[in-house]
Write a protein that binds this ligand. Structure first.
Ligand SMILES: [Zn+2]
Length: 447
C-alpha cells in the first residue's frame, strides 16, 4: 500500500472522510466528512477566516448563493472557456481528459498534437482515438418548473449552473460592498463555500473531486500598486500555511505559471505546490486578475464598476489580487503532514501529529478503571471542566489504557488525561503526550 492508501484507510477507519453515498456503492468524485473530519475541516476554515477576515480591518466577508444568474458565467468567460480536452476511445468508448493520459501536453492540446503522442487507451490498450472535444465542466441544472417533455428552447430559458468557483459571488457583490461600506482601497472581500466541477476523471482521493469547498479573497487595489499587493498576499499566504496550518516549509514550492498555461483572466499566477504522498500537486493559487472580472461585469450588466477615490476624486476600475485555496486540498496537506508511523515499546504505532490548534479533540479524559464509580465520577468532573474550557474533548473508558492511547494517537488527540486513585487523594492526574508518549503528573488546576 502507498502512503496515500494508508491515509485514506485511516480517514475511513477513524471517521474523518468516507466515500460519498458509500451505502449505494459510492458516487464518483464525492466524499463525505465524518464526525472527526468535520471538526478538522472547520478548524481549518475557521483559522483561515480569523487570519484573513476577523483579525484584519480591510477584508469583508460574504456568503453568496450557489446558483447565480447564468449571465454571471457569460461575463466571467466560464460558459465559453471553462472546458477540459475530452478524448474518446473508439474501441471501448471510454472517455478521458487528454492532458491527463498523455505526457508533455497541456489543456490546450489539439487533436493532431494528441495523436502524435501515440498514447494507448488506459482501459483497452488500443490506439484508436476520436477527435479532442472541449468538455465544459460546469454542472447544468434547471431552475423553476421545467418538465421532462418541454422542448429544448423552453428548457434553455431556465438553465442555470452550480457555481464552478466562489470568486464570482464576490465580484458580483463588489458594488454592494462599496455602496454600503465605502471602504478605502485597497480592500478585500472573502468567501468560503462550495464549488462544483464536473471533472472528467476524478481521482487522488479528495484532491480532484467534483464538489469541493473553496476559500477565496478578491483584493481590490489601485492598478499601479498591483505588484506590491501581490507580494504582500504572497507572504501572508506563506505565513498562514507555515505558521497557522503548520505545514512543513520544505514541502511548499512556488511555481510561476507561464503565460500560455495561465487562466484566461490572469496576468500573473503563482501556484503554491505541495508535496503530497502521491506527488506534487497544487495546494493554492495566487493570481493577478487585472480588472478582467469587474470590466466584464460592467459590460454585461451595464452598471459602472468604477471606484471613486475619496480624496483625489479620481474614478477607475480597481484591479484584483486573488488568493484561492481548496479546502479539501489543504485538509489533505494537513493530514498527510501529520501522518507518522513510529515504534513504541517495539510495537508499530500510527500517530497523527496534528498541530494543537487543528486537532479535533484537545484532550481525551478517562478513568483508570471503569468499574470504580468514584474514579468515573471524578473523571466526569475533569471532562466537564476541560470541555467548558477547550470545547471539543473526548471521553474514553473502553479497553485498557494502552489501547486507548493508540486510538487517540490515530486521531491526533494531543493529550490524554487519566484519573486514578491518587487523583482522589491529591487532585493530580497523569497527562500523556501524544508525540513523545511521555507521562507527567500534574494538578487538575494546571490543565
Ligand atoms: Zn479503449
Amino acid at each position: 500500500m502507498s502512503k496515500l492508501d494508508d491515509i485514506v484507510s485511516l480517514c475511513k477507519r477513524r471517521g474523518f472522510v468516507f466515500q460519498g453515498s458509500d451505502i449505494y456503492g459510492g458516487m464518483a468524485g464525492t466524499w463525505d466528512f465524518g464526525p472527526l473530519g468535520v471538526i478538522l475541516k472547520k478548524n481549518i476554515t475557521d483559522a483561515w477566516w480569523k487570519y484573513f477576515v476577523e483579525d484584519r480591518n480591510d477584508i469583508y466577508g460574504v456568503d453568496a448563493a450557489i446558483i447565480m444568474n447564468p449571465r454571471t458565467w457569460i461575463a466571467s468567460g466560464h460558459t465559453a472557456t471553462f472546458a477540459d480536452p475530452l478524448v474518446e476511445c473508439k474501441e471501448c468508448k471510454s472517455r478521458f481528459r487528454a492532458d491527463k493520459i498523455a505526457e508533455g501536453i497541456n489543456e490546450s492540446v489539439t487533436t493532431e498534437e494528441f495523436l502524435a503522442t501515440h498514447t494507448k487507451c488506459p482501459v483497452c490498450g488500443k490506439e484508436n482515438w476520436g477527435p479532442i472535444r472541449k468538455f465544459n465542466m460546469m454542472f447544468e441544472t434547471h431552475v423553476g418548473a421545467v418538465l421532462p417533455d418541454d422542448d429544448e428552447s423552453e428548457k434553455g430559458k431556465n438553465v442555470a449552473y452550480l457555481r464552478p468557483e466562489t470568486a464570482q459571488g464576490i465580484f458580483t457583490n463588489y458594488k454592494n460592498v462599496v455602496d454600503t461600506f465605502y471602504p478605502n482601497l485597497p480592500f478585500g472581500i472573502a468567501q468560503q463555500g462550495k464549488a462544483f466541477r464536473n471533472e472528467i476523471s476524478p481521482r487522488d482521493f479528495i484532491l480532484r473531486d467534483r464538489e469541493c469547498s473553496q476559500m477565496e479573497i478578491e483584493y481590490f487595489v489601485k492598478p499601479d500598486t498591483w505588484e506590491e499587493n501581490f507580494e504582500n498576499m504572497r507572504s501572508l499566504n506563506h505565513d498562514f500555511l507555515e505558521n497557522v496550518m503548520h505545514l512543513p516549509k520544505d514541502k511548499i514550492k512556488e511555481y510561476e505559471v507561464p503565460a500560455e498555461d495561465r487562466a484566461h483572466y490572469s496576468k500573473r499566477t503563482i501556484d503554491f505546490m505541495f508535496d503530497y504522498p502521491n506527488g506534487e500537486e497544487e495546494l493554492m493559487g495566487l493570481a493577478y486578475r487585472t480588472d478582467f472580472d469587474l470590466a466584464n461585469i460592467a459590460k454585461e450588466s451595464g452598471k459602472s464598476m468604477e471606484y471613486r477615490d475619496k480624496i483625489t476624486k479620481e474614478a477607475f476600475v480597481p484591479h484584483v489580487i486573488e488568493p484561492s485555496i481548496g479546502v479539501e486540498r489543504l485538509f489533505l496537506a494537513v493530514i498527510s503532514s501529520a501522518y507518522t508511523e513510529d515504534e513504541v515499546n517495539g510495537e508499530k504505532r500510527i500517530v497523527l501529529k496534528l498541530p494543537e490548534n487543528l486537532a479535533p479533540y484537545k484532550f481525551c479524559v478517562s478513568p483508570l478503571l471503569k468499574n470504580k464509580p468514584e474514579l468515573v465520577e471524578k473523571a466526569h468532573d475533569v471532562y466537564q471542566k476541560l470541555k467548558t474550557k477547550y470545547g471539543y474533548v473526548t471521553w474514553d473508558d473502553s479497553g485498557n489504557i494502552g489501547k486507548r492511547y493508540r486510538k487517540q494517537d490515530e486521531i491526533g488527540t494531543p493529550k490524554c488525561v487519566v484519573i486514578d486513585f491518587e487523583t482522589l487523594e491529591d487532585d493530580t492526574v497523569t497527562v500523556r503526550d501524544r508525540d513523545t508518549t511521555e507521562q507527567v503528573r500534574i494538578n487538575i488546576s494546571e490543565l
